[in-house]
Design a binder for this molecule. Structure first.
Ligand code: ZN
Ligand code: ZN
Length: 206
């Protein structure tokens, strides 16, 4: 079993809450502080990005509420970043120095800092492709959104069929989290993916 699948199994376990608590208890306090700061920072960035595009930040809990393709994509980004098989931006963010970072469904294996949003621009064709089912859709029908786990913000675009049906809940965001941008790209304030260099990551810069 790959690390990604093993992590997913843990995440879907009924004991996930207890496992998280045990991992936190075993993590050095200084590292935990950094991790929590990165998480808070990433949440703020995701909420601001969602607000900028007319969307809302909503909580998806438990992890089973997140579609498998999205959960696995996020975990794959995390594990490839952690085991060094992925690539990063020139600022080389590292998992052992927690900070808010970006990853995306349309570019597996890449994790960047939040400044390097230029690395997330998508071609027109990729911008019309649903990251869930792989279908090339009509312009304006891909919904850009983000999911967050700790300090990692995972960007994706989904068609109406694949868009996670997540019910907003009040209260502080908990991992994993999803920031939905409620306007289909190309309508209102949101432009189609790949249009004049406006990447989906824009608005998340710090
Ligand atoms: Zn960078
Ligand atoms: Zn789809």
């Amino acid at each position: 079993m790959t690390t990604t699948l093993a992590l997913e199994q843990i995440m879907l376990s009924p004991q996930y809450g207890e496992i998280l608590a045990a991992v936190r208890a075993a993590t050095p306090v200084a590292m935990l502080d950094q991790l929590d700061a990165a998480t808070t920072h990433a949440t703020r960035a995701a909420v601001e990005a969602a607000a900028l595009t007319g969307g809302a930040a909503v909580t998806a809990s438990p992890p089973s509420a997140v579609p498998g393709w999205l959960r696995l994509g996020l975990l794959d980004a995390l594990t490839r970043w952690a085991d060094g098989t992925g690539s990063t931006c020139r600022h080389s963010p590292r998992p052992d120095r927690p900070e808010p970072v970006l990853a995306a469904a349309w570019r597996p294996g890449l994790v960047t800092c939040c400044q390097c949003t230029h690395l997330w621009r998508v071609s027109r064709e990729a911008g019309l492709t649903c990251d869930g089912c792989g279908r090339v859709c009509e312009p304006d029908s891909i919904h850009p959104a983000m999911a967050q786990m700790a300090g990692l913000i995972f960007m994706y675009g989904a068609c109406g069929d694949c868009r996670p049906a997540i019910t907003p809940e009040p209260g502080p965001l908990r991992r994993p989290e999803t920031a939905e941008q409620d306007y289909p790209r190309g309508t209102g304030r949101v432009r189609p993916r790949g249009s004049r260099g406006r990447g989906r990551g824009r608005g998340v810069r710090r």
